[in-house]
Design a protein around this ligand. Structure first.
Ligand code: ARG
Length: 465
């Protein structure tokens, strides 16, 4: 049964019903009920509904809440959406009083209220997951100790680094993602309730009071904007897409590292899969699917932008499509953080030592430290590289005397710098790839993770009265 039969002679066609009905909003049931409770209480306080009706409706909403918690709340095929299902069930429980719940409200302000409440909860969970993931990276970085690896540019070995430094790079990305979620949640923390269908109401509603009761920083400034706005949904999806993109980069490396050719990592049996055809295989499917689902999440972000792009103000039914896109993006992210986190926590990393060539920049910097312009130092080391390569040798094969002969500014003692470990020890830049800097990073990371999660800041001034 629709909520709007009054002006229609004909019942909805089955094709219309099939095409327009969506129960994708069912996961917002708890939020919908919470919003209704605040709305009905406000109607009572404002003298719009008599106390007896308010009490009856509240008791009914509570009963529905209990059903929801018990997993016993049932959607019927005749329910157009979540809001219709709740109103129908309320009528079954409390009778005629249910017809007063929607006083001064429209599904247009109701649905975006629900979505904001839902995303506030989901975003809090995502922030917690991201912080847990960053802690896992810090654990693995600590476990790596002072083991060295090569870092790459253009997927060619570039410089020697503590392997921990590489893992920690991802921790900083994910902490920024957590901050981005917190920023998005702060911006969306504005209640649209009271905007009604489009222009508000002639009834003496109190949007500020419902906003406060629901923990929002304030109420809407413009009712048309309130019901038509989905930038908060797109922003949330962007947070998901950017985080997935970071995870996808990590996933790509986890796949690469497990190859025979790299041989940098082994993963627990419980977090890898086998091949139905090739008995020897142990596949990093979690990482591959995280990488693949990143495309899907990016697609959902594009969907959310596309839905809004050509919409005249204010509410249009196109907006119903926001939920599937948003929930799918969020689910993909949540699942990827769980599965990839398990894979990472149980991984054994054993990168081989960096190639002897990774000391080339350090050899040039020895000359720079003694006054040679960098370009000349680069050229001198380039020529040394060329000679060594022509002889099928590497810097590891250079004797102290040979190095000293390679440029007048070299000294015999510089031969110690031919060892990548000495190069790493000589690094000085804060945040660079030295063991000291890595220890400092882990310390900083741990202290950030020990603090309370990023606060939900007040929304921008444009949003608060
Ligand atoms: N199910 C709808 C949605 O998700 C709720 C709002 C419906 N409003 C309307 N005027 N038909 O957007």
């Amino acid at each position: 049964m629709s909520l709007w039969g009054g002006r229609f002679d004909e019942a909805p066609d089955e094709a219309l019903w099939r095409f327009t009905v969506s129960h994708a909003d069912r996961r917002m049931l708890a939020d919908d009920l919470r919003g209704s409770v605040a709305h009905v209480r406000m109607l009572g306080r404002q003298g719009i509904l008599p106390a007896a009706e308010v009490d009856a409706i509240l008791a009914g909403l509570e009963a529905i809440q209990a059903e929801a918690q018990a997993g016993a709340f049932v959607f019927l095929p005749t329910d157009e959406d979540l809001h219709s299902a709740v109103e129908r069930r309320l009528g079954e429980i409390v009778g005629e009083a249910a017809g007063r719940l929607h006083t001064g409200r429209s599904r247009n302000d109701q649905v975006c209220l629900d979505l904001r409440l839902y995303l506030r909860r989901a975003g809090g969970e995502r922030i917690a997951q991201l912080r847990a993931f960053a802690a896992l990276l810090a654990d693995q970085a600590e476990a790596a100790g002072d083991r060295l690896a090569a870092c790459y540019t253009h997927l060619q070995q570039a410089q020697a680094i503590p392997f921990a430094h590489h893992l920690l790079a991802y921790a900083w990305m994910l902490l920024r993602d957590a901050d981005r979620f917190a920023d998005a949640l702060a911006r969306m923390n504005v209640s649209p309730l009271g905007a009604g269908a489009a222009a508000g109401s002639s009834l003496p509603l109190d949007p500020a009071a419902t906003a406060a009761e629901l923990g929002f920083a304030g109420a809407f400034q413009n009712s048309l904007d309130a019901v038509a706005d989905r930038d908060f949904a797109a922003e949330y999806a962007f947070c998901c897409a950017q985080t997935m993109t970071h995870l996808s980069r990590l996933a790509e490396e986890l796949v690469l590292w497990a190859t025979t050719e790299f041989g940098w990592a082994s993963y627990a049996d419980a977090f890898t899969t086998g091949s139905s055809a090739l008995p020897q295989k142990k596949n990093p499917d979690i990482a591959e699917l995280a990488r693949g689902r990143t495309a899907r999440v990016t697609g959902q972000l594009v969907t959310l932008l596309g839905i809004q792009k050509g919409l005249p103000l204010a509410y249009n039914r196109d907006l119903q499509e926001d939920k599937e896109a948003l929930f799918d993006a969020d689910d993909c992210l949540s699942g990827a953080l769980d599965a990839l986190g398990g894979m990472l926590a149980t991984a054994d990393f054993h990168p081989p030592p960096p190639s002897p060539w990774t000391v080339a920049l350090d050899l040039a910097e020895i000359l720079v430290a003694r006054g040679l312009p960098f370009r000349q130092a680069h050229h001198a080391v380039g020529q040394l590289v060329r000679r060594l390569q022509a002889d099928g040798r590497t810097p590891a094969d250079l004797s102290a005397a040979e190095l000293a002969a390679a440029h007048p500014l070299y000294q015999v003692a510089d031969a110690a710098r031919l060892d990548p470990a000495t190069s790493v020890a000589a690094r000085r830049v804060p945040g660079g790839a030295s063991m000291d800097a890595v220890r400092a990073q882990i310390g900083r990371l741990r202290s950030i993770l020990a603090e309370a999660p990023p606060p939900t800041k007040a929304p921008p001034r444009s949003e608060v009265p």
